[in-house]
Design a protein around this ligand. Structure first.
Ligand SMILES: [Zn+2]
Length: 326
């Protein structure tokens, strides 16, 4: 639900360099240990006198030689565009390239865009080293940070393919098709489901602006005297549109946040305990401006803070506004 803020360190050209220069041996050993030419390169003279070739070379050659329909499928689409094109570019490519069953069976596409081969050392590592990942971008609930074990980096994130890699195998290596996310969001909930709206990797992803957490009170506490957390309910509500309805449903956000109502209940309790008059008394007593005291007590989140660094930060920010604290 939060946009990915790519820092300057996240240099997409560096990623392209890594991927495009990934080398493959032209010959492999068969079951008997005999050297044979790789199935994908058979009958192509260009590869015969080479030991290794890069992914870029393979893509360009396949296109030039019209292998597996590459020349029509990827007409005018460069390997670079596929690998580091921004989210809008990926949307355009997806609209143009055929998505019929034939694509899923296209052996050359499967070979070039083979995600599992590159996942750990190329892709995950790039994210680990170049993006400061803290919390799942889809739910803002679980930490997915990296950590060190005896100088070796480990991570807790999974990389979701926003556009599913089995339906769009040619987007399997695309940098802006990846959303670092928690296991629950990626594997248990989203799976291969597709959204019409934007991805957190898009510069136009506006979930945070359009969808807000709203506080609801049960009839028994309409006098605002909330005694227990069972009296409150929280729901995500989209203003003026319905673009993110499926997103909220697929990630089961309303149900998942309901399990964390205590955070909101605690905020309400504090709001009752520290009305503005009390904060001003504290200001007189301590000499500290009451806005600062308020910020400390309610652990308020500044408007310009990157919400993706802390779990439940969107919930806390939206509810603070609902309660009139900010
Ligand atoms: Zn998540």
């Amino acid at each position: 639900m939060l946009q990915i803020n790519y820092s300057k360190k996240f240099d997409r050209n560096k990623y392209y360099e890594k991927i495009s220069k990934k080398r493959f041996h032209v010959n492999i050993k068969d079951d008997n240990g005999t050297k044979i030419i790789r199935e994908e390169f058979k009958n192509i003279d260009y590869f015969l006198d080479k030991k290794t070739v890069t992914l870029q070379e393979i893509y360009d050659k396949f296109k030039e030689l019209k292998k597996d329909n590459f020349h029509t499928l990827f007409k005018d689409i460069s390997f670079k565009c596929l690998v580091i094109g921004n989210f809008r570019t990926l949307q355009k490519i997806k609209e143009r390239v055929d998505t019929s069953e034939k694509i899923k069976e296209n052996k050359s596409i499967k070979f070039i865009f083979h995600y599992t081969d590159l996942r750990e050392t190329y892709i995950s590592r790039f994210f680990e080293e170049n993006l400061d990942i803290s919390v799942c971008y889809y739910c803002n609930i679980d930490y997915i940070n990296s950590y060190n074990v005896e100088k070796k980096k480990k991570n807790k994130f999974t990389l979701d393919h926003y556009y599913d890699k089995s339906t769009y195998p040619y987007l399997a290596l695309s940098l802006y098709n990846f959303v670092p996310s928690c296991y629950a969001c990626n594997s248990k909930l989203k799976g291969t489901k597709e959204f019409k709206n934007l991805s957190p990797s898009s510069v136009k992803f506006d979930f945070d602006q359009k969808v807000k957490f709203k506080l609801f009170l049960t009839d028994s506490c309409k006098d605002l005297n909330i005694k227990e957390k069972e009296n409150i309910d929280i729901k995500l509500k989209e203003q003026y549109s319905n673009e993110y309805k499926k997103y909220i449903e697929v990630f089961q956000l309303n149900s998942r946040y309901k399990a964390h109502k205590d955070i909101v209940f605690e905020m309400i309790e504090k709001a009752e305990l520290y009305p503005e008059s009390r904060l001003k008394e504290l200001q007189d007593l301590t000499g500290i401006p009451y806005q600062e005291i308020k910020k400390d007590i309610f652990k308020l989140i500044d408007d310009n803070v990157d919400l993706s660094k802390e779990p439940f930060s969107k919930l806390k920010k939206d509810i603070s506004k609902e309660l009139g604290i900010i």
